[in-house]
Design a protein. Structure first.
Length: 347
């Protein structure tokens, strides 16, 4: 289990205490619907083949204890929408009154959400925004900004020329679509001199490696955009090493790499000059606020769009609300920033 600094734990406890008293300090414009805070929280982990999601699971387990959450033993749907539906049924049978999930297929989860809505069981969706089906709150970051930040970083480094390979996530996921759409639109409008090879990967590292191998066989690659470092980093570095292309940024053969996730391994790679940047998805905050909103749902609280006091912004979505948490770009300039969750793991 991951251990976090005492200050972070104390902050989590304080948030729960404020929620229990009905004070509006966790986010803005919260109102009480008069509901009871009694009830168990059901949690489904989405997968265990990603360092990012394994880190999130660790934070969830830690926060369950520190925030005194009445939670059922978490399930794991292993990136399988059918298993997610089965796990949710099992959590309901065990008495879950609110569900925290991170559906990887944001289209196919609609029927499960409809079933939960019919039973008045609120859902907090983490990192992914379901395409349809009612949600109490989505805890997420602005994924279009991920694609734009990656585009501007690579566009600047390559000076609007060269070839970039983009490892697209699963396009059945809103995250994969948002990152891909934003990256593509930014590149075509601001850096038209850069050729983008957009490769669908379904979040699979072996698929990404095979497609990068093919691109390298066809010609020079100058940049790579990895939409998920947790699954793409290791196979990408291994292939570049094999091709003798894992060289410092000062070497003309250096391939500029920008990633998404903010895992410790990415920070290590940035410090070593192997990759150049990543967008840090706040795994710690995803856990903290998933549980905060789960407790708020049990208490019958509602929220309104607008800025929060934790440097985020709640927006309206067609099927509910979304709290968009901050996700900074990390480069060699700020990789040692101790406020980044990737630098807190193990502390």
């Amino acid at each position: 289990m991951l251990h976090r600094r005492a200050a972070v734990v104390a902050a989590g406890i304080a948030i729960v205490a404020l929620a229990a008293t009905g004070c509006n300090r966790g986010t803005n414009n919260s109102t009480s619907g008069g509901g009871s805070s009694a009830g168990k929280v059901g949690i489904d982990f989405p997968r265990s083949d990603s360092d990012f999601w394994n880190s999130w699971a660790g934070y969830i387990k830690s926060d369950i204890t520190s925030m005194k959450i009445d939670a059922l033993p978490p399930t794991n749907s292993q990136n399988d929408i059918t298993k997610l539906a089965s796990n949710v049924q099992a959590l309901q049978a065990q008495g879950a009154k609110v569900i925290v999930m991170a559906p990887q297929d944001t289209g196919a989860v609609a029927s499960t959400l409809d079933t939960l809505a019919g039973k008045n069981i609120p859902v907090v969706s983490v990192d992914t925004r379901p395409d349809k089906g009612k949600v109490y709150m989505v805890v997420r970051a602005d994924n279009k900004a991920y694609g734009t930040k990656a585009c501007d970083f690579l566009g600047g480094k390559l000076k609007n020329k060269g070839t970039v390979v983009e490892f697209e996530g699963d396009l059945t996921s809103v995250n994969g679509r948002d990152r891909s759409d934003a990256f593509g639109q930014c590149m075509s409008s601001k850096y038209p001199g850069i050729k983008v090879l957009a490769e669908e990967t379904n979040w699979a590292g072996d698929v990404a490696s095979a497609k990068l191998q093919n691109a390298l066989n066809q010609g020079t690659v100058n940049g790579i955009y990895m939409q998920a470092g947790g699954v793409f980093l290791a196979p990408t570095l291994a292939l570049l090493q094999q091709k003798h292309l894992l060289v410092p940024p000062t070497d003309p053969k250096h391939i500029f790499v920008v990633s998404n996730d903010g895992i410790p391994a990415e920070f290590t790679a940035i410090k070593a000059g192997q990759i150049d940047a990543t967008v840090s998805q706040p795994a710690d905050l995803y856990a903290k606020y998933a549980l905060f909103y789960a407790q708020a749902a049990l208490q019958g609280k509602t929220f309104q769009p607008g800025p929060t006091d934790h440097q985020s912004n709640i927006i309206s979505i067609p099927n509910g609300l979304e709290d968009q948490l901050p996700a900074p770009l990390v480069t060699s300039d700020n990789v040692d920033d101790q406020s980044l969750w990737g630098n807190q793991v193990g502390k």
